[in-house]
Design a protein around this ligand. Structure first.
Ligand code: NDP
Ligand code: 8X3
Length: 255
């Protein structure tokens, strides 16, 4: 049975979806392990959530591209919190909007190493703790980019198609165990995502001009809902877009 206070590990908790999930799940009584490279941000969030919700929060630095860093973070989190029930492999990024033939190695490697390798490393390190607990839930954060490719997104889309494949394989591999596997796949959401991708605040703002995009909290709510369902119910994939986004290529912009 789902514990009354599940212990949830979230990567990429310094911003956007990860920070919003931490806030929403703390309000539900979940204990949390929060990781990202920007330590001061996760520490400040941990302090806020311990104070406001009285839950246990472990905050640590993790670079999900690095096996040693991931293993150390996961083991320290499990030791500090007394185990783990839920993994949210959220850390990820898009870097640039290059056509394939223009893509620099640096951006190619950043996306594939974080979005694909980092997700595998996080789940590989965390799964033994879910098995030991006897009840678990693994969340992938995919994207509409893992359903429909677009120009200037070949590598990012490939990474999110990769996330989809990994989620499907893991669900098959875990069949028969009390560990659910869900991929929450959002469309455009206003976080730091476009600042990171475009490295230009004005261009990042323009992405959302005239549109009401998803918020980080909307996506966090999807995770919360999937987590709180009865034990025998597994949401495999949740494709969620704002109403203004009918597809990757069709957006309603108010002028
Ligand atoms: P943000 O840029 O706001 O957050 C990204 C988070 O990932 C940050 O906390 C960042 O922390 C962390 N991160 C990045 N690289 C690493 C790394 N190597 N090691 C550890 N943490 C890392 O973006 P979002 O919240 O929007 O993105 C979260 C996830 O959602 C990503 O996987 C993204 O691809 C996906 N997504 C986003 C959508 C959107 O439109 N916003 C839509 C669909 C999916 P730090 O820099 O401190 O390490
Ligand atoms: C982020 C959504 O449309 O920028 O995954 O690829 S999109």
């Amino acid at each position: 049975m789902r514990p009354d206070h599940p212990i949830v590990l979230i990567t990429g908790a310094s911003s956007g979806f990860g920070a919003a999930m931490a806030r929403l799940l703390a309000a539900q009584g979940c204990h949390l392990a929060l990781g990202a490279r920007r330590r001061e941000r996760v520490e400040a969030l941990a302090e806020e959530l311990t104070r406001t919700h009285g839950v246990k929060v472990f905050a640590g630095t993790v670079d999900t591209r690095d096996t040693g860093s991931v293993n150390a973070f996961v083991e320290a989190a499990a030791a500090s919190l007394g185990g783990l029930n839920v993994l949210v492999a959220n850390a990820g990024l898009a870097s640039g909007t290059y056509r394939l033939w223009e893509t620099p190695d640096e951006d190619l490697e950043a996306m594939m190493r974080t979005n694909v390798e980092g997700v595998v490393k996080t789940i590989r390190a965390g799964l033994p703790h879910l098995r030991k607990a006897g009840w678990g839930h693994v969340f992938f954060i995919g994207s509409t980019a893992g359903h429909q490719p677009y120009e200037g997104g070949s590598v990012y889309c490939a990474s999110k198609f990769g996330v989809k494949a990994i989620a499907h394989s893991l669900r098959l591999e875990l069949n028969g165990e009390q560990i659910r596997v869900t991929s929450v796949d959002p469309g455009m959401a206003e976080t730091e995502f476009s600042d990171v991708r475009l490295k230009d605040g004005d261009k990042a703002k323009a992405v959302y001009q005239g549109v009401k995009p998803l918020s980080a909290n909307d996506v966090a709510e999807c995770v919360r809902w999937c987590l709180m369902l009865p034990d025998h119910v597994n949401i495999d994939e949740m494709l969620v877009k704002c109403l203004d986004q009918a597809s990757v290529h069709k957006l309603h912009r108010r002028t």
